[in-house]
Design a protein around this ligand. Structure first.
Ligand code: AMP
Length: 294
C-alpha cells in the first residue's frame, strides 16, 4: 500500500494505473475507520482493480460551533486497517494541500442541501459537495462508494455528478451496525455508557416504522409518528421525517414510491442520524436495510 500526501504524487501514481486500463474504486472518509468504512472498502476491492481511500477531516463541512477540533483521529489504526483490507493507495493530505490560501470556489448543492440535516447544519452539504468534487477531480475514480447511513449525502453527490457531468458511478452500501443495532459512526465514541444505551432509540424507531410498513401501513405521517414514539429518551429530535429516498422531498400522503424515514436526534452532546428505506415497489432494491444486525 502506498501512502500519498500530495496531489501531484497521487496523480502520478494513478496515471500509471489508469494507462493499464484498470478500474479505480474510491472510498472518501474522515478517518477513525470502523466496520462501516471497511464494508465500503471491501466492496471497492471486490469490484475494482485498484482501491484508493482518502482520510481527510474536511473543515468546510463543519459549522463554527461543531466538533472539528475534537473529531476523533487515529491514523495508525486507519493505516493498519487499510493495509489489511488490500487498499492500494491511502491518500492523507494536509488541510493546506486541499485548501491552500486564497481558496474560494465552492459547489452549492441548492435546495437538496437545505432540508433535513442541511436545516440544522447550514453550509454542511456545500462543504461536502465541494470536498467530494475536489477529491473526484484528484482521484478520477470509475466507482465511488458511500454509506446509506448518510442518505442525504448520497442524494447530494448523485445530483452533483449529474448536474456537473462528472464521469463517476456512485455505489450506495448498506449501513453497518453494532451488535445491538446502533449504526456505526466515528462519533459514537462521544457517547458515555448511559448515552450509548439511550442511542438505541433511533434504531427502535426505525424498526417500529419498518414493521408497520411491512404490515401494510402506507401513510407517511403515521409511519413517522410510530417512529417518533420510540424517541422519547432522546434529548432532542431534530427531525423524524418521511422523504423521497432520491430527492429528499418531504412526503406526507400515501407512500407510492421509494421513501426513507430519516431521523436526527441529540443524545447527550452527540448528534446521531439514521434511516430506513421503505419501498412499495422494486425500484428501491438498490438500497438494502440491515436494521436488525442479528
Ligand atoms: P465519514 O468518515 O463518517 O465521513 O464516512 C465516510 C463514508 O463511510 C461515508 O460514505 C459514510 O456514509 C460511510 N459510513 C459511515 N458510517 C457507516 C456505516 N455505519 N455503515 C456504512 N457506511 C458508513
Amino acid at each position: 500500500m502506498r501512502i500519498v500526501r500530495t496531489i501531484s504524487e497521487i496523480r502520478m501514481a494513478l496515471k500509471t494505473l489508469r494507462e493499464g486500463g484498470h478500474r479505480i474504486g474510491f472510498v472518501p472518509t474522515m478517518g477513525y475507520l470502523h466496520e462501516g468504512h471497511a464494508a465500503l472498502i471491501k466492496q471497492s476491492t471486490a469490484r475494482c482493480n485498484h482501491t484508493v481511500v482518502s482520510v481527510f477531516v474536511n473543515p468546510t463541512q463543519f459549522g463554527p460551533k461543531e466538533d472539528l477540533a475534537q473529531y476523533p483521529r487515529d491514523l495508525d489504526r486507519d493505516q493498519n486497517l487499510c493495509l489489511k483490507l488490500g487498499v492500494d493507495i491511502l491518500f492523507l493530505p494536509e488541510t493546506s494541500e486541499i485548501f491552500p490560501t486564497g481558496f474560494g470556489t465552492f459547489v452549492e448543492p441548492g435546495s437538496l442541501g437545505e432540508v433535513l440535516c442541511g436545516k440544522f447544519r447550514p453550509g454542511h452539504f456545500r462543504g461536502v459537495a465541494t470536498i467530494v468534487a475536489k477529491l473526484f477531480n484528484i482521484v478520477q475514480p470509475d466507482l465511488a462508494f458511500f454509506g446509506q447511513k448518510d442518505l442525504q449525502q448520497i442524494a447530494v453527490i448523485r445530483r452533483m455528478i449529474r448536474d456537473l457531468n462528472m464521469p463517476v458511478d456512485i455505489v450506495a452500501a448498506p449501513t453497518v451496525r453494532e451488535a445491538d443495532g446502533l449504526a456505526m459512526s466515528s462519533r459514537n465514541t462521544y457517547l458515555n455508557p448511559e448515552d450509548r444505551k439511550r442511542a438505541l432509540c433511533l434504531q427502535r424507531g426505525l424498526l417500529a416504522a419498518d414493521a408497520a410498513f411491512h404490515k401494510g401501513e402506507r401513510k407517511a405521517s403515521k409511519l413517522a409518528a410510530i417512529a417518533r414514539k420510540e424517541l422519547s429518551s432522546a434529548d432532542d429530535v431534530q427531525y423524524c421525517q418521511m422523504v423521497d429516498a432520491y430527492t429528499m422531498e418531504a412526503l406526507d400522503g400515501e407512500i407510492t414510491r421509494t421513501a426513507a424515514l430519516c431521523i436526527a436526534a441529540i443524545i447527550g452532546k452527540t448528534r446521531l442520524i439514521d434511516n430506513v428505506v421503505l419501498s412499495p415497489t422494486d425500484e428501491g432494491v438498490q438500497f438494502i436495510n440491515h436494521l436488525d444486525p442479528s
